[in-house]
Design a protein around this ligand. Structure first.
Ligand code: ADP
Ligand code: ADP
Length: 229
């Protein structure tokens, strides 16, 4: 399962300014759709609506045909995993932060999630060390490392639906490639909505939707969009 459908979705934070002006698209179960477009176009707003941080003003969002408004908050949180662009970590060990994805998980599962996200080295080495350091100085992790913690957490949580919010911050190109690879591994077989800032990072998406000022300006595969430009 996990077919996500947006049907003529309209939304505004303030009554006098419509942010999404009739958005329709499908993410079939297990597929990947990427939303690209300039800052302020409404990309993050789409993901907030899917999480039901807000409700649509008109139109409908559904998962496997069920209106989001009829899905309990609990099952929605269980069904959707999110790797945000800026992960806020709890003031605790990395292992704790990963386990937050599924508190009952075994030590082995936490470890293998960390391996898939390529942070197993430091989880194993210094969980206690981190705890002490956190107390005094806070977690000293780079943006790329924090994103990998979020990826490991999501792997552990194992949701059928994923929202990936690609980092805008400057990661070096080697780290960026590693993160891309890890994101690709975690999205395989899951219904995935990627919020992206550049066409170049979403080559493998089944469909790319270009959002401009709350409207779909263009849509198609990466190859088709590249041909038109
Ligand atoms: P994107 O992710 O494409 O950069 P957003 O979805 O974050 O765009 O924002 C779309 C528009 O909605 C922007 O004009 C932004 O200023 C506005 N916006 C975002 N969040 C809020 C909010 N909480 N209250 C009012 N306006 C908001
Ligand atoms: P729980 O119900 O277990 O406390 P949350 O509702 O805090 O879980 O979060 C559920 C999922 O949503 C987690 O994967 C978390 O990373 C993500 N999430 C929660 N709040 C936000 C947010 N404001 N922006 C992006 N992702 C979020």
């Amino acid at each position: 399962g996990g077919h996500v459908r947006f049907e003529d979705v309209r939304f505004s934070y303030d009554p006098d300014r419509e942010i999404l002006k009739g958005i329709s698209f499908d993410v079939p179960a297990g597929r990947t759709v990427a939303i690209v477009g300039p800052s302020g176009a409404g990309k993050s707003t789409l993901s907030r609506l899917l999480f039901r941080f807000y409700d649509v003003n008109a139109g409908r969002i559904s998962i496997d045909g069920q209106d989001l408004r009829e899905v309990s908050q609990e099952s929605l949180r269980a069904a959707i995993g999110m790797v945000p662009q800026d992960t806020v970590l709890f003031n605790d060990t990395l292992a704790y932060n990963i386990r937050y994805g599924r508190p009952q998980a075994s030590e082995e599962d936490v470890q293998s999630a960390a391996e898939l996200a390529q942070i197993d080295g430091f989880v194993r080495r210094t969980p206690k060390g981190y705890a002490t350091e956190v107390g005094e100085r806070g977690l000293k992790l780079s943006g790329g490392e924090k994103q990998r913690v979020a990826i490991a957490r999501t792997i552990l949580k194992n949701p059928p639906i994923l929202i990936l919010d690609e980092a805008t911050s400057a990661l070096d190109s080697h780290t960026e490639r590693e993160i891309q690879d890890a994101l690709e591994r975690v999205s395989r077989g899951r219904t995935t909505l990627v919020i992206a800032h550049r066409l170049s990072t979403v080559v493998g998406a089944d469909e790319i939707i270009v959002l401009e000022q709350g409207r779909i300006a263009e849509r198609g595969t990466h190859a088709a969009l590249m041909l038109r430009h």
